[in-house]
Write a protein that binds this ligand. Structure first.
Ligand SMILES: [Zn+2]
Length: 247
């Protein structure tokens, strides 16, 4: 997973979404709203094709799912399920790009702690603040919070809902990316006159799964070879963080 930056929607599509939401709210107030059929008929329109295309554009050439970053993002997903939150079913900020598998696993689940969602929204927050990666198995798990002496609840729920720790193809994909990133850094550390710019370009290209977040601001920063890069080349480390995480 990685933090994704939402692009503005084209004006026509945004106007369409606003109108659809208004109509849905009226139907809801009179008890005549069927969220599934309302969504199904809207999905046929050009405006909704534009919504899907914009979500895919956010994810770049590979058009990957915003939750798993492993499979093709083919569906418009409601972060807050439309059946439970019909007042947000046509809100641009409530839709994400997702693959068939993540969509099926998530369904209408949306756990809360008070008013706070216990599912990571990759368009609003940095996932690796809540998640961890196991470099032995390739699984994604919840991050341990030493202050609370417990695993982060939002991380736990996200892993549970999207089954991020029990999808073999997903682990294989994450492991591949992990090895690619590690090798680039190892090579950099072995060179006598290494170039930071070259490393940054290579890492950008290699990171198909957003694992640089885990390396740079997650627990990966304390593991080999990321730890060595951080200690031996603090300037390069800072540059990587600035480029990838604006920190
Ligand atoms: Zn997915």
């Amino acid at each position: 997973m990685r933090r994704v930056k939402r692009l503005p929607l084209e004006v026509k599509a945004q106007i369409y979404l606003n109108q659809q939401q208004k109509q849905a709210n009226v139907k809801l107030a009179s008890g005549n709203l069927n969220t599934s059929s309302e969504w199904k008929s809207a999905r046929q329109t050009q405006a909704m094709v534009a919504v899907l295309k914009t979500l895919q554009k956010i994810m770049g050439m590979r058009e990957r799912c915003m939750y798993c970053l492993d499979s093709h993002g083919s569906d418009i997903e409601h972060f807050r399920p439309k059946a439970v939150y019909p007042k947000r079913m046509f809100r641009w900020r409530n839709v994400l790009l997702c693959c068939t598998e993540c969509g099926r696993f998530k369904g209408n689940q949306f756990p809360l702690q008070g008013k706070r969602p216990l599912l990571i929204d990759p368009s609003k927050e940095e996932p690796w603040r809540y998640l961890d990666f196991d470099a032995d198995t390739g699984n994604i798990c919840a991050r341990f919070d030493p202050h609370d002496n417990a695993y982060c609840l939002k991380g736990e729920k996200t892993v549970e809902i999207l089954q991020l720790d029990r999808r073999e193809a997903l682990s294989t994909g994450y492991l591949k990316t992990y090895h690619r990133i590690s090798n680039k850094i190892r090579r950099f550390l072995d060179e006598s006159n290494p170039s930071a710019g070259k490393l940054i370009n290579e890492l950008q290209e290699a990171d198909e799964h957003g694992l640089l977040g885990w390396c740079l601001i997650g627990t990966g920063q304390n593991e080999t070879p990321f730890l060595e890069l951080r200690l031996q080349y603090p300037d390069v480390w800072a540059e990587c963080k600035a480029v990838f995480y604006h920190t």
